[in-house]
Design a protein around this ligand. Sequence first.
Ligand code: LLP
Length: 433
Amino acid sequence: MTAFAYRNGALHAEGVSLVRLADRIGTPAYVYSNRALVERYRAFATAFAGLDALVCYSVKANSNLAVIATFARLGAGADVVSQGELFRARAAGVPANRIVFAGVGKTEAEMEAGLKARILQFNVESENELRLLARVASQLKRRAPVAMRINPDVDARTHAKISTGKSENKFGIEIPRARELARLAATLPGIDLQGLAVHIGSQLTSVEPFAAAFARMAELARELIAAGHGIRRLDMGGGLGIVYDRETPPDLASYARAVRDAVDGLPIQIVLEPGRYLVAEAGILLSRVIYMKEGTAKRFAIVDAAMNDLIRPALYDAYQPILPVARPRPGANLATVDVVGPVCETGDVIAPGRALPPLDDGDLIAIGGAGAYGAVMSSTYNTRPLAPEILVDGARYAVVRPRQDYAELIGRDRLAPWLKAPAAAKRKTKKKK
Ligand code: LLP
């Protein structure tokens, strides 16, 4: 958490005190560092210098408009997986010709939206999708630029729920099928097969699975080019892991080397779809201890951030680092606590059995690594408003999504007509009197 450091006894986001932010905006709140976003992006892009490479930020990781716009200003494209994400990317200023549309279940409406916007490419994941896209494009008198997403049958060695490159996963097209579909694509007037794509999973902490997947894709690309297909782009997906706890992910240089080695000598453009790597460590979830509670078996810190705000620990048993906002006294004894939220589920745990300096009611904590898959995966479960998002830049900050208010939170619900009736009837009887 380099952008988050102690100054004068309190954790700061760049030049802004988290104590001050909590006072002004309240908790829970997501806080992002502009500097961290920019530094991460620049380091990532620089690692691919010399290649014809386009970095398409995977907006699913953090789709706040301000975050997407920060990357767009630096020249990034976007990887989107829904019409909603396409809408966001365009609203944030990402040029359409830098947008790739991925995902296993694109609907006709989504295809139409992508075609009308004239995006760079559709990553197609099945024969039926290819046929539908051909039809939709033909109706619009367009040719859809297509990359076939292959399933290289490589074990990403990450959490099962975020592993995508094995043959039993729903993603991608197996290589023998991809050969057949390339032949089919050549016969479909609405399709312009331009590339191949791969993405084997997220939070990868070793480089070998990447290298194996890239090599398989490059080999297929060489074969298809030799057979006369116009393959001119390879989309290497995302997935580069970060350090939440004690992981040892590959450094950027070795990750980039795996890409370079695979495409060596191929006259093609590279697309990269990093998500987590660019945003995870640029964000914290700021939260306040509501109560400390001594159970017979355990001590609990009941904080005001919950599984609806940050679901990764509940969903994947993910480890998120926690820092007290008040700098702990040097040599302060650590005590083991379960950091839990107020949601009515036993699974509403942020950090089970975590050794932390002593906490008290009202203390602030910063939950780290929360810039990726945090706010985007939040819900209003227990009718809890969506937490605000704040972007810090040096000594200034901006609320880039205000806290949802209660009127907004229930404002889209409607009473069915028959539920309105009794009240209306009552009013009528009143009038008669
Ligand atoms: N490209 C494709 C096709 C993807 O499916 C994903 C992520 C990415 C790129 C970006 O991957 P990244 O660089 O962020 O690893 N919610 C989970 C992660 C789900 C990832 C889904 N796909 C989590 O919180 O760990």
